[in-house]
Write a protein that binds this ligand. Structure first.
Ligand code: 48H
Length: 260
């Protein structure tokens, strides 16, 4: 085979094999933001078959840009063990005990590397446009190439089957909206619907992100900003400890749920 054909054939074959191995997974994660990447790593560490579907070319979500494009973020001391596990360096904020700064590019790249090396599979440039919902059960994802979605081309999607779905889509809670609007699911919230994110209140938002990280319907979990939006928590700006701890917490919840 000529080298040009051999390169193309190698890419097509290896990608198809990789994708086929992930047509059925234990946990399908939507979005590759910081909370989802932490969840993916901990699940994979426990030998749970985990695939992440990220709409953008680069996973990492809102991590890369730090605060207003100053590429530093803040993390509180409670989340330092997670940073250390991923090998992300940090520096104490002088005069503000308990807070640390770190390079957001180092954080994004280390979270991606950590998740992939633990054994989670990340598929980028793929958008989740619907749920597979069979006999009242959340059963997987409906996926489409992002460029096809963006161009509005009328192309039918493919599907991935999973035991659990994790909404890590950040502020818009896209999967929870699909669950409420299309599957007509009543979520475990006071109204059964999505309460909607509140304005900025850093300490409340950080605490509620963790409290709101949970299973909202059998087999359907939310983490990070998505969880906060679903339960009407406050936003918190470029402090990321809550996102990291939310990913760790939801991974533990999913592990428990998979044992049942
Ligand atoms: C595939 C999708 C889809 C879809 C979205 O927003 P993220 O960074 O997620 P979190 O919740 O882990 O982190 C939130 C944090 O970045 C943040 O925004 C904070 C702390 N804000 C505070 C404030 O006050 O503003 O990442 C979500 C990812 C993104 O990469 C999206 O592209 C992706 O999910 N995504 N991927 N299919 N339907 N929807």
């Amino acid at each position: 085979m000529v080298i040009e054909n051999a390169i193309s054939a190698a890419i097509l074959k290896s990608w198809s094999e990789k994708f086929e191995r992930n047509l059925s997974v234990d946990v399908a994660i939507v979005g590759g933001g910081p909370s989802a990447l932490v969840a993916a790593k901990y699940l994979a560490d426990h030998h749970v078959k985990t695939a992440v579907f990220e709409r953008k070319l680069a996973p990492g979500g809102g991590t890369w840009g730090g605060g207003m494009l100053f590429n530093q973020v803040v993390v509180q001391s409670d989340a330092l063990p997670i940073l250390d596990e991923f090998g992300i360096r940090h520096e104490a904020v002088k005069g503000n005990e308990g807070y640390h700064t770190l390079d957001s590019v180092e954080m994004a790249s280390a979270l991606i590397y950590g998740a992939v090396h633990a054994g989670a599979m990340i598929f980028n440039s793929i958008s989740v446009e619907d749920l597979v919902f069979k006999e009242g059960k959340v059963s997987g994802l409906v996926i489409l190439w992002t460029p096809v979605e963006r161009l509005g081309m009328h192309v039918d999607p493919l599907t991935v089957i999973s035991k659990c779905v994790l909404d890590g889509t950040g502020h818009p809670s896209e999967i929870m909206h699909l669950a409420v609007d299309k599957a007509q699911i009543k979520l475990h919230t006071p109204t059964g619907g999505i309460l909607g994110e509140k304005p900025m209140w850093v300490d409340s938002g950080e605490a509620s992100t963790l409290e709101n990280t949970k299973e909202y319907y059998p087999g359907l979990f939310a983490c990070g900003m998505s969880a906060n939006n679903v339960m009407g928590g406050y936003r918190m700006g470029p402090i990321f400890g809550g996102m990291l701890m939310s990913g760790q917490k939801v991974a533990k919840q999913i592990l428990e749920s998979l044992k049942k």
